[in-house]
Write a protein that binds this ligand. Structure first.
Ligand code: PBG
Length: 326
């Protein structure tokens, strides 16, 4: 046996740091924040321990808490005061995200990214306007092309309110091009788009649907979100978003899709984001609560692994907790 090559030589405490290939820092992390127009006080989210929906009046205070941990960016999600068939509160100048964005960008230094989607705003919970007969025909859900101009309206309303970046999450074909064009026409050519470029139809979104009240009232999202079975198709999806002008490419969820993160890293030079989603957060918390896992350790290892796979930035509900330990 030839033992001249002994990798253990570089595992001593003095040298490990020098040869470490991946590092995690607070500036890589984006903290999701939920602003709720239907409440006057903070409401804990049961399935996501430590997270709450905050009223508009507390949006600035909530973001200041994030900034204190060293995390510099937030992703805003809104729960509107009312929902309708087309989700019209999503692009209202007085809407919940628009109002929160104005206050946060005026009063803090946070980098504000907004989720551009309709599912929290439509009374049926789908990510766009419905096709005719959608409720009766299992193969029909969202009308892609009717939805595109609405996504443009939402993005423009966010940019007017001061959003630093917009993040379309609805998986409509052509959404990045429509949003880019709408933003440019309104004078926001410097607002970047972080596209949820490869977003899978995942059961790991369960807790988020409680948090943002956006579960579909009928059917599911498999006609617009990607089939978890498909790896090559993800490259095609990402390529299309690149051609349409996406600035940052996101893969979602993160941990069960690290092969996709690695593929996007290898194939494209754009910054790659990964969304460590609500279910990934909830399962670690649930196991830790039972005493089966050490929460800080598994959270840190999860985020490090997402970076190692190739992500530059990570959206995660662990952002604040982990930033504080770094
Ligand atoms: C809305 C949206 C969802 C998430 C982010 N934006 C829900 C969904 O697509 O069903 C999920 C985030 C999470 O689970 O943490 N389109």
């Amino acid at each position: 046996m030839n033992l001249s090559d002994r990798p253990r030589r570089l595992r001593g405490d003095g040298v490990r740091g020098l040869v470490s290939e991946t590092s995690l820092s607070a500036s890589d992390l984006i903290a999701p924040v939920f602003v709720d127009a239907t409440t006057d006080s903070r409401v804990p989210i049961q399935s996501m321990p430590g997270h709450e929906r905050v009223p508009i009046d507390e949006a600035v205070a909530r973001v200041e808490e994030v900034l204190e941990t060293g995390v510099e960016a937030v992703m805003l999600f809104g729960i509107p005061e009312e929902k309708d068939e087309r989700g019209s509160r999503a692009w209202a100048a007085s809407g919940v995200v628009q109002e929160a964005t104005r206050r946060i960008t005026e009063q803090t230094d946070a980098y504000v990214i907004t989720d551009v989607c309709l599912c929290e705003y439509t009374d049926h919970g789908h990510c766009g306007v419905l096709e005719e007969h959608a409720q009766a025909e299992p193969d029909l859900t969202v009308d892609n092309d009717e939805t595109l101009p609405l996504l443009g309206n939402i993005a423009v309303s966010h940019a007017r309110a001061g959003a630093d970046m917009v993040a379309p999450s609805g998986m409509m074909d052509g959404m990045v091009a429509s949003i880019r064009e709408a933003l440019d026409e309104d004078g926001h050519e410097n607002v970047p788009i972080m596209s949820y470029a490869a977003k899978f139809e995942s059961a790991f979104y369960g807790p988020f649907r409680d948090a943002a009240d956006g579960a579909p009232a009928f059917g599911n999202r498999r006609h617009y979100q990607m089939d978890p079975a498909n790896r090559r198709e993800a490259m095609r999806e990402v390529q299309l978003d690149v051609e349409q002008g996406a600035d940052v490419l996101m893969v979602k969820p993160a941990l069960p899709y690290l092969d996709i993160v690695a593929d996007v890293r290898r194939e494209f030079d754009h910054p790659v984001a990964a969304y460590n989603v609500s279910g990934e957060y909830a399962m670690l918390h649930a196991a830790a609560e039972k005493g089966w896992l050490d929460l800080d350790a598994v959270a840190h290892e999860s985020l490090l692994s997402i970076k190692r796979a190739g992500a530059d930035l990570i959206l995660t509900y662990f952002a604040e907790d982990i930033a504080e330990t770094l």
